[in-house]
Design a protein around this ligand. Structure first.
Ligand code: TYM
Length: 337
């Protein structure tokens, strides 16, 4: 066990998870978990960097943890915990804040995009969000971080912070913080909106029709696929830059059916949308059904979920505390008496 590489990743508990979160991240966690020692957190501290509703935060957070289990995270290989339950995340964030240049954060694409939406008085938390994410990863000395394409820049920032920290505070050849590598799969790393194939599927899109959520009913899935944007061309093909919707929908079909790209290309080359849409609908409903059933089972047994999260917190906290002590020692702090 001790020689296994470590994985850390997380998802924000803002509403429901959609197919982008599943295919870009969680499905990959499930597939690789047997090779690693894994830590998956629900990042509820990140969730308040945009205006949030206190009445639903805790419920949503538990719901995401249940979805991790429902999607197939296996507790034999993986630890599930809630970010805010391990105070070291905030503490390391502060320490890293003090070595992170402001302009590194101002350059983050997600900050720029979200800041526009928040208007004039952008919260400091939104700017600082990637430092909290770096703290999540570095506390566990993670080797690999499986994420979707949109998190790549945050991973690069994390690596820059590691290099800067080790350069300033570690002895040569004895790094305090480990350099993590992103794990971004080619297929599914950027699932696009159903209403615009040039925009990524996102929780913050005002249109519900733009995304399929993991807990959507069969009727909702049917309606969303029926209304999704297509094009007037007959014969469906991958990788045509002129046909972003077509590429996205074929990719969804490929990933949800488990077929290869070549199989899907051959099956769909002569199809029209009238034939393809029912096929995608049926495949999506069938792929999500076992996840939904398991989710409802887990949510019906709150005691079980609480025990998973309690164990998870204990395991996570043991590691996080050790790293924090090393970081503080390197920075010259006295230890509490
Ligand atoms: P979040 O909650 O926005 O998204 C969770 C995961 O889903 C991926 N994702 C997508 N993948 C493919 N297509 C899409 N349309 C799509 N939309 C989202 C994201 O890349 C991500 O992997 N900052 C992170 C959460 C986080 C984190 C961490 C991740 C906090 N600390 C430490 C890894 C390690 C975020 O907001 O993800």
């Amino acid at each position: 066990m001790g020689t296994q590489q470590r994985v850390l990743s997380g998802v924000q508990p803002t509403g429901n998870l959609h197919l982008g979160n599943y295919l870009g991240a969680i499905r990959n966690w499930v597939e690789i978990q047997h090779q690693y020692d894994n830590y998956f957190c629900v990042v509820d501290l990140h969730a308040i960097t945009v205006p949030h509703n206190p009445a639903i935060l805790a419920g949503d957070t538990y719901g995401i943890a249940a979805l991790y289990l429902a999607c197939g995270i296996d507790l034999q290989h993986s630890t599930i915990f809630i970010q805010s339950h391990v105070p070291a995340h905030c503490e390391l964030t502060w320490l890293l804040n003090c070595i992170t240049p402001l302009n590194w954060l101002e350059d983050m694409i997600q900050f720029k995009e979200k800041a526009v939406k928040q208007g004039e008085n952008v919260g400091v938390g939104l700017l600082d969000y990637p430092v909290l994410m770096a703290a999540d990863i570095l506390l566990y000395q993670a080797d690999k971080v499986p994420v979707g394409e949109d998190q790549k820049q945050h991973l690069e920032l994390t690596r820059d912070i590691v290099n800067r920290f080790n350069h300033q505070f570690a002895k040569q050849d004895e790094p305090v913080l480990k350099l993590p590598d992103p794990l971004i799969r080619k297929e599914g790393a950027r699932v696009m909106s159903l209403t615009d194939g040039t925009k990524k599927m996102s929780k913050s899109d005002p249109s519900e029709l733009s995304r399929i959520n993991l807990l959507d009913s069969a009727d909702e899935i049917t309606k969303k696929i029926k209304r999704c944007k297509t094009d007037p061309v007959r014969g469906l093909t991958f990788d045509d830059a002129e046909r972003p919707e077509c590429n996205n929908l074929l990719t969804l079909y490929m990933l949800l059916s488990g077929k290869t790209k070549a199989e899907v290309a051959a099956e769909c080359e002569d199809m029209g949308w009238g034939q393809f849409k029912p096929l995608l609908t049926e495949t999506t409903i069938a792929a999500l059904k076992p996840i939904q059933e398991k989710y409802h089972q887990i949510m019906a047994d709150k005691g079980y979920l609480e025990s998973v999260l309690r164990d998870g917190r204990e395991k996570a906290e043991d590691i996080a505390k050790q790293t924090l002590i090393q970081v503080k020692a390197a920075m010259g702090y006295s230890m509490p008496l």
